[in-house]
Design a protein around this ligand. Structure first.
Ligand SMILES: [Zn+2]
Length: 200
């Protein structure tokens, strides 16, 4: 499916997966397209104890409210070596990911990476921080962490001094569509982890 440039902050996100971190005007807001959320939910088996991950593709921009990021696609690393505690991207996994990016969404920038922490909670391990510092050095590039056991999400970015939690992770879509994997995930989740967006 071709992706068109959007470059505009979504006016009414459908809901927030996480709202925490810095609330300063310089803080980054991250908007996850339903397609990208579905990409992740499609490949993450909730019963899988190994970590999974991949690249995030999208666009970054800035407005009066501050910098923001639109994540349009999530490309899974099929040959990343998942382990109980940490995910390491092998050279073959990297090659796969860049090939997938060129094939599926060459018009989108690589805006970060994602990986799962099954049952471990949302944080960046030392290994995660190493990966981020070495491979995702641009200011708009994020590390998205997802714990499928509790459907908990978090986003981290480099603010020039350290890795900090982004202000929010909001899910958006331009059109009303049915997302079976999302509906299934939402059925299984504890409602308190889903923060409905305040429309006011
Ligand atoms: Zn990790």
């Amino acid at each position: 499916m071709p992706t068109s440039p959007l470059n505009r902050r979504p006016a009414s996100p459908l809901f927030a997966l996480a709202e925490k971190g810095s609330t300063t005007s310089e803080s980054l807001d991250v908007y996850l397209h339903l397609d990208a959320l579905e990409d992740i939910l499609d490949v993450v088996n909730p019963r899988d104890r190994d970590e999974a991950g991949g690249l995030l593709a999208g666009e970054s921009d800035q407005d009066d409210t501050g910098p923001y990021l639109l994540v349009r696609r999530a490309l899974p690393a099929r040959r990343a070596r998942g382990k109980r505690i940490s995910l390491t991207f092998t050279p073959e996994a990297w090659e796969d990911l860049w090939t997938a990016h060129d094939r599926e969404c060459p018009d989108l920038a690589v805006v970060g990476w994602y990986h799962t922490h099954p049952g471990l909670g949302v944080f960046l391990s030392e290994q995660d921080q190493f990966i981020h510092r070495h491979f995702f050095t641009a200011g708009h590039q994020i590390a998205l962490v997802y714990d499928p056991d509790e459907f908990r999400w978090g986003v981290f970015y480099w603010d020039g001094e350290g890795l900090r939690a982004a202000r929010g992770l909001y899910v958006y879509s331009e059109t009303a569509r049915s997302y079976p994997a999302l509906e299934q995930a939402l059925r299984e989740v504890t409602p308190e982890w889903i923060i409905l967006h305040d429309q006011d």
